[in-house]
Design a protein around this ligand. Sequence first.
Ligand code: NAD
Length: 495
Amino acid sequence: MINFPDPSAFARGHFIETLRSFPEEADIDVLRPSDGVTLGHTSAGSAQTIDLAVQSAQRALRASGWSTCAPRERARVLRRWADLIDADPDLPMLEAIGSTRPISEVISSDVPFTAEAIRFFAELADKSGGEVACTQATTLGMTVREPLGVVGAITPWNFPLSMASWKCGPALAAGNAIVLKPSELTPFSTLRLAQLAVDAGVPPGIFSVVNGFGTEAGAALVSHPGIAKITFTGSTRTGKAILNLAAASIKPVTLELGGKSPQLVFARVPDIKRVIEMVSRGFTANGGQACVSGTRLICHRHLADELVEGVVRAVSQLEVGLTWDAGTRFSPIISAAQLRQIDAKVQASREAGAEILCGGSSFDGDIGSHFYRPTVVRRVDAGMPVVREEVFGPVLTVQTFEDEEEGLALADHPSYGLAAGVHTSDFGQALRAMRRIEAGTVWINRYGRSRDLIIPTGGFKGSGVGKDLGRQAFEAARREKSVLMDFEGRSADES
Ligand code: NAD
């Protein structure tokens, strides 16, 4: 059963062992993206709140046995947490009302994907140890993998639950504690996730959520000397600020940042109708507010008219509506400020000579005004904001090419390298494109992640450092210690 959550689910405060709030902290208004109505308030956590959470995590690591117990025991608790996530009656609506995610997709994708990510990492908990090294017979050399300690995580607003699970899953399965700061725009579903973790048996203090602004609570988390690693998902601009802040205390940082991903369509494709679907969905899913949005259509001249006409037709039929209505298929923009930014980039490009084929404004009416029309823009060049910058809205640019080399050159972006789609019937061409394009993920004749969580995700260039998902994310939540034992006095090679 899916519930409309009780107002108490939209609570102020943080989750540090339990739900807590501090009267001295200011409130942050939290609005429903669908219609701009106030949903509740969250707390502006400070450096002191972060310190409280880190100390609680350190105490829990010492006292609870979370990092020292048999890994299968941790896995059992994490699997129980995943089951509670799947079964929770409030979580789907908490996510849908409080974010840009339509309820139909939250139910079919976000909640099950969140639970599966926790299960996936739970399964890795006891699957890889260190190595025994090849040393002389009188010594035993080995490496031991151990938890890092307290991991700090910072998440964006566009997929609050899934992003939290990508951070918590590896950190907790590896035996760490985690302090997570969600986006100030979407705090509530993550708080619920923390409550469910404790209900499942994760020791209090091992998973804390501190709410607040990025420049205060977020920056304090990155700078805290008790935080052993930062794992961040968000914009490239914030990623740069975090790298700078982390330098002071020298800690490893994983950064999943923005993108400007191409959909490269060659002259022969297996099925043009499917390409139209993939291109349309690729830039409009979640209202275009996805890091891997395929926002640059780079198309062979021969297919361009048919493809662009098909895309314009398909995206003009998307169903706009409140995120909690079952029939809604097209998401609102997260905030009025973000909507203005999207429109400013579109209008600046129009003034520079771009042609708007559809969209180019928000929808009309009270509810519609929170949604930006799917927008297709052609006659663009590399200097225009819609091509150069991440728009983070439903905006697609169209560029055409004559030969493979020209297409490949257009596909690479000077500053981003998150994902790319390649559509072609020619296997050799697909392989050449895959090798050539500078992107952390290349999809061939598909566009979008699979639920095979073993495939890691991460960007090149300004799109990030390191990986989420896959074994790689689990390994990055541990550190490796080298051990050498002598059995017969002083070794010949001692230095
Ligand atoms: P954002 O960078 O504005 O904020 C992300 C988080 O960082 C928020 O919790 C925010 O409070 C915090 N933050 C802001 N300034 C900070 C600072 N100085 N120090 C520490 N924390 C700070 O991003 P957003 O607008 O919430 O999310 C959209 C961005 O996220 C887009 O660029 C998108 O591409 C990116 N994203 C990337 C991936 C990926 O896997 N690569 C996935 C989802 C979203």
